[in-house]
Design a protein around this ligand. Sequence first.
Ligand code: BMA
Length: 372
Amino acid sequence: MRKLLTIAVAGAMIAACTTTKTEPEPTVAQQLKTRLDSLMQKGIMFGHQDDPFYGLTWGYDKDSSDVKNVCGDYPAIMGFELGGIEMGDAKSLDSVPFTRITEEVINQYKRGGIITISWHPRNPVTTIDGGGLAGQKFPEGTAWDVTDSTVVKKILPGGEYHEKFQTWMQRLSDFLATLKTEDGTKVPIIFRPWHENSGSWFWWGEKLCTVEEYKALWNMLQDKLQADGFDNLVWSYSPGMQDNLTAERLLDRYPGDDRVDMLGLDGYQWNAGEGQQFIERGKQNLTVLCQVAKEHNLIPALTECGLKNVTDSTWWTSTLLPTVDGFPISYLLVWRNYKDEWFGPSPSKPDAQSFRDFYNDEKTLFLKEIAE
Ligand code: BMA
């Protein structure tokens, strides 16, 4: 009897344990990852940098977008750039007021779209303290200033500029904290710092720091933002496209499976006649990207791409679509429509029809097809 009672009590305890055990609520970032995974089954999302701020024929109107003005729908993904926030500037390096960036991030979230953020922080060693670009000639002091090849080392713990960079990271953190709705809901963000590190045009580029220093840089920023409570960031690691990319090459500075959620590539076509090379290189790179992403349980994406000034009027359907066709990537994002250098469509340009055909293709996803 006593034995029976013991068994009954033990059984009840086990039952109580299993029924009361609750799964922890998924974080905002985990929820975005789940959404990205399921959207990937539907198609490839289209993204555009700085989409709601300015276009080729307008600037700072409300509810405008060159993409929407061409095809009637917003991009599924909008890219936003935070370069300048580290200085405490009011406007980004691309002249967008940070208050407007906060507004448009929230607008895109509320309409059911997805947000990705890049950051081209100035060079903390060569930049003039507190002085913006005053008196400095481009690229002096900018992210593209590679005159000092030991910047990363100098901002890591123990480095001469470590404290200065901590202030810069704090300013970034303070801005990210503004990305929430009125009821305090944090906006999910794909965050893509220290990108294109396989090239050497940014101060964090390949020839400017060792593998260990690069990883320490990644970890320093990630640890800081995690300590500040940002569980709404999906971390995207995005080197550049390369000729004959290999898995080893793609991963040679990879911060690790516990630190990365998305694996991206950035790759451009610079001249009209080079579409075939873009397709071939793109397919080769995407093959490796998708394979590695699968093995490491990462979400693959073409995190930046485009043809400079869209000088081929059929580019969207003759080049971009065949490049990505058949690859299970989450999204592709074309860079901003700046008057001197643009990558998106515009109603005022001859590629508008090709873009509408691209929009109508069943593989591409725009806002209306992803909004819940
Ligand atoms: C580059 C160019 C620059 C811009 C930077 C950050 O590719 O578009 O003009 O400042 O991105 O957005």
